[in-house]
Design a protein. Structure first.
Length: 408
């Protein structure tokens, strides 16, 4: 999850609570994913799939909808995740790393390469095999919680600038993911609810002019926009992102008492420790029996694994190198190219967003394709963290040894 604190503080305090929270959240996400796979292949498998596919009706006033538990997590709770992501992006554009063109250039190029190259690898493999290439977005995201967890476990003493680079890249990556969802994964559009969502969003924007507006009004407004969006056929992730853009931020840089900062601080722990782990538990489970070893290297699996494990570091590092050589961007201060390569390898941990994309890209009526995609995302995310973490750990150990020799 890509929600950060103020970058000014981060430069001075690399062990911010945010970094600890994200690293801890990455560990919990991994544990929930493992638990999901265990449950899906245990004697409790029938109960596990029965629960996540159980239909749950929700009725509130004129709103009535029936969806599975997995559907409510994906289309309901994950909208809150995108609300927080949207607020983070807004803050960074106005106050943080994305407000500085010189600091923004390198991670922006890196994020672009990290989406283009994996997409080309996935599309190339599946087109060559005669399969549909519609699943290419699954190979493009980065889960910053997993990446930071890898840093915390394997190389905790790396330069703070490397963490800032990863976080900024992830923010730009999130923006690209939201754009892909909007362009590719909206269903049949229903005009009347969409108009209702637009009117509600306009009301929220007008509310932002009232600096002392009760926070409850924002919550009601968000739920209204979400409900209309759910009925309209547009992905509810866009409702969360759009609502985030209406939350006001203080006009004074020194003032941190804005609604946006308050919402980010309040929602971040719930998203990191409740919503995302619950999403992993419901979405990561797949049956090994439904995905036998004969199909372990199917075009879908190979495209996702190679896209994340190979394409992601190639794109991130390659585009960073080109940007630095052409002086369009600058390498982070105190960060070597090997450390940047290690960070690029960590970016292959797509996990949360890749699982979310796979739930959108592959038809829910095709459990075989869903199982292949989930297996590939989990395997690729684990491989990326181990590979990138091992490289960074090796480099950190060698640097420490060299410093001791110089001191002696």
């Amino acid at each position: 999850m890509q929600v950060s604190c103020y970058r000014q503080d981060m430069a001075q305090r690399p062990t911010l609570d945010f970094l600890k929270t994200e690293s801890g959240a990455g560990s919990i996400l991994g544990a929930m994913a493992v638990l999901a796979v265990i449950l899906a292949n245990s004697p409790l498998a029938a109960d596990y799939f029965s629960i996540i596919n159980m239909k749950v009706p929700v009725q509130l006033g004129g709103f009535a909808e029936v969806r599975s538990v997995l559907g409510w997590v994906k289309d309901g709770l994950m909208a809150v995740f995108f609300l927080v992501v949207g607020m983070e992006i807004k803050f960074e554009i106005l106050r943080g790393e994305l407000s500085s063109p010189r600091r923004l250039a390198l991670p922006l190029f890196a994020a672009l390469g990290g989406m283009i190259v994996p997409a080309l690898i996935y599309a190339g493999i599946n087109a060559w095999a005669g399969h549909t290439v519609s699943g290419w977005p699954v190979a493009t995201p980065t889960d910053i919680a997993f990446a930071l967890a890898g840093l915390a476990i394997f190389a905790p003493r790396l330069p703070p600038a490397l963490r800032v680079f990863l976080l900024t890249l992830a923010i730009a990556d999130d923006l690209g993911a939201v754009a892909l969802i909007a362009a590719l994964f909206s269903k049949t559009i229903h005009t009347a609810p969409l108009v209702g969502a637009g009117v509600s969003l306009a009301a929220l924007a007008a509310l932002s002019r009232w600096r002392r507006a009760p926070y409850l009004l924002y919550a009601v407004g968000f739920l209204t926009v979400w409900a209309f969006t759910l009925k309209s056929g547009v992905s509810t992730s866009l409702a969360g992102f759009a609502c985030a853009l209406t939350v006001p931020i203080s006009a004074r840089r020194a003032d941190r008492g804005s609604a946006l900062k308050a919402f980010m601080d309040a929602l971040h722990p719930y998203v990191a420790y409740v919503i995302l782990p619950l999403f992993a538990l419901t979405c990561a489970g797949f049956s090994v029996r439904a995905t036998d070893m004969k199909h372990a290297f199917s075009p879908i699996t190979a495209g996702i694994v190679l896209g994340l494990v190979v394409g992601k570091p190639l794109g991130v590092f390659g585009f960073s190198l080109v940007a630095a050589m052409t002086r369009l961007g600058r390498r982070p201060t105190g960060v070597s190219w090997i450390e940047l390569l290690g960070a690029a390898m960590l970016c292959g941990a797509g996990f949360t967003m890749s699982l979310y994309m796979s739930a959108l890209a592959f038809d829910s009526t095709d459990p075989f394709a869903q199982s292949q995609a989930r297996m590939a995302v989990l395997a690729a995310s684990l491989a990326a963290v181990l590979a990138g973490g091992s490289l960074l750990s090796w480099y950190q150990a060698n640097r420490a040894t060299a410093e001791q020799d110089d001191a002696a």
